[in-house]
Design a protein around this ligand. Structure first.
Ligand SMILES: *Cc1c(COP(=O)(O)O)cnc(C)c1O
Length: 458
């Protein structure tokens, strides 16, 4: 066996052994950072080279104690999927093939995989087939690119070319967005030179969805001008989805661009039982969604869609002398992302969608939501208080006073049966549970509920 084959087989064996350990491994126990640092730092950057096989063995030994079982069935922190077997294997191939998805000259296979998977994503998410698709790093980049397209369009409509003239002297852009938006929207506004002070917040209901009457009030409160409305499908704490149909209709009557941050909530469109939560999604102008959350593909992977491909391209594409003159190649989606050289994310997305099929995606989303309700019902029966309307896969739980809730969260995290975090919602500290993994079963939920109630008992 040659050296490379041996090396890759050893890597695959380590990967398989790790995955097989996840069902019983403690989930996210506090790490010994000093030990991790010394294991990885060793005696410092060495002068001498080492064999790849030794490096692999060293890496696995040094890193393993600091790994968190996010790829397992009982990790309920943040909003974290665990990569599907076909997607993880495809991602290993992506590394081995080492393709650059920048354009069709660099990798026809990478570009066509994105083209095909992008079409499937639009079908599943209820986005018009004519929309452009960019395969990005995640919802942060998706929101940034989409808001760049929005900025481009609303200023062009006001007679201003922001790509050429920037924002110096430009008409003011209004950004109308719900009070419970994700923080990545604010970062995008900072990066785009619009600034967070451009935000005109819209009131939200108890679950964090915008109040459409208040949206109307905010839109009418200033003279017509370049306006972006940013909606949300899936609040990161509660899972709440804005009323997309009513809000899009209203925003369009005010000539606003509508962006939907649907990092995970957009997946409600992929299942008949939950599609009503994102009714009207097709009416928006741009959409952001994650792959590495609910689609359960490896990090880093997200999607940005735009109903006006030419605006999308005008906002973020570029050209250079060395890039023109090749004919007969697939165009690729790099005109729609912020990166030039880029990981070939389409392979893992293609593989996840092939493994699941339409039925599998629907089953995954519905099961996770059903399991979230199971958490809510079992914890309520055990004396805890569920503080949100469990519309999707997110559950907020209180155990009395804030310090008591924080103590319960801390105990659960140290126990290792499952992992979940805390948040502040409605001025209270709450335990935050997100069910987003393909591998989570009823038994996992029941084991986790028992661990949580044990932690709350003493
Ligand atoms: C997670 C999330 C984001 C950010 O996504 P990344 O993939 O971490 O960049 C943005 N918006 C919402 C609603 C999210 O849940």
């Amino acid at each position: 066996m040659d050296d490379l084959t041996d090396l890759f087989q050893r890597a695959a064996a380590h990967a398989a052994a790790y995955r097989a350990s996840l069902d019983e491994a403690p989930v996210g126990v506090p790490p010994d950072l000093a030990a991790l640092r010394s294991a990885l730092a060793g005696d410092g950057l060495a002068d001498a080279s080492r064999s790849p096989g030794d490096v692999l063995a060293e890496l696995v030994a040094a890193a393993t104690p600091g790994l968190v079982a996010t790829a397992g069935p009982r990790y309920f922190g943040f909003v974290v999927g665990s990569s599907l077997p076909a997607a993880a294997a495809a991602d290993m191939m992506t590394s081995a093939w080492d393709q650059n998805a920048f354009n069709g000259v660099l990798s026809p296979a990478a570009v066509v995989a994105e083209e095909v998977a992008g079409g499937w994503l639009k079908e599943l998410l209820g986005i018009p087939a004519t929309a452009s698709v960019g395969f990005v790093t995640g919802a942060q980049e998706a929101n940034t690119v989409a808001l760049a397209a929005a900025r481009q369009h609303v200023l062009a409509t006001a007679g201003w070319d922001v790509a050429r003239d920037g924002l110096h002297g430009a008409p003011r852009v209004r950004v109308v967005v719900g009070g419970e938006r994700h923080a990545t929207v604010d970062r995008a506004l900072r990066l785009l030179g619009l600034g967070t002070a451009s935000v005109e917040p819209v009131a939200v209901d108890g679950n964090g969805a915008i109040d459409v009457a208040d949206l109307e009030r905010v839109l009418a409160s200033a003279p017509a001008g370049p306006t972006i409305v940013c909606l949300q499908a899936g609040n990161v704490n509660t899972g709440a989805c804005d009323d997309l149909r009513a809000a899009c209709d209203l925003a369009h009557r005010h000539n606003a661009w509508v962006h939907v941050d649907g990092a995970f909530g957009l997946w409600a469109a992929a299942t008949p039982a939950l599609r009503h939560l994102v009714d009207g999604v097709e009416l928006a102008d741009s959409w952001g969604c994650d792959g590495h959350k609910w689609l359960n593909v490896p990090y880093d992977c997200g999607f940005v869609f735009c109903s006006r491909p030419e605006v999308h391209g005008a906002a973020v594409s570029y050209t250079a002398a060395y890039l023109v003159g090749t004919t007969g190649v697939a165009a690729g989606t790099s005109d729609f992302t912020l990166e030039s050289s880029r990981r070939a994310r389409g392979f893992a997305v293609w593989a996840a969608l092939r493994q699941l099929g339409r039925d599998g995606v629907s089953e995954l989303v519905e099961r996770n939501c059903r399991l979230a309700r199971r958490f809510a019902e079992s914890l309520t029966a055990g004396g805890a208080e569920v503080a949100n309307d469990v519309v999707l896969n997110q559950v907020l739980v209180g155990f009395g006073a804030d310090d008591r809730t924080d103590r319960v969260i801390d105990r659960v995290q140290r126990d290792g049966t499952c992992w979940l975090g805390g948040t502040t919602w409605g001025g209270r500290r709450l335990m935050r549970i997100s069910v987003s993994s393909w591998s989570t079963t009823e038994a996992d939920v029941d084991r986790s509920v028992a661990a949580i109630l044990r932690a709350a008992a003493d």
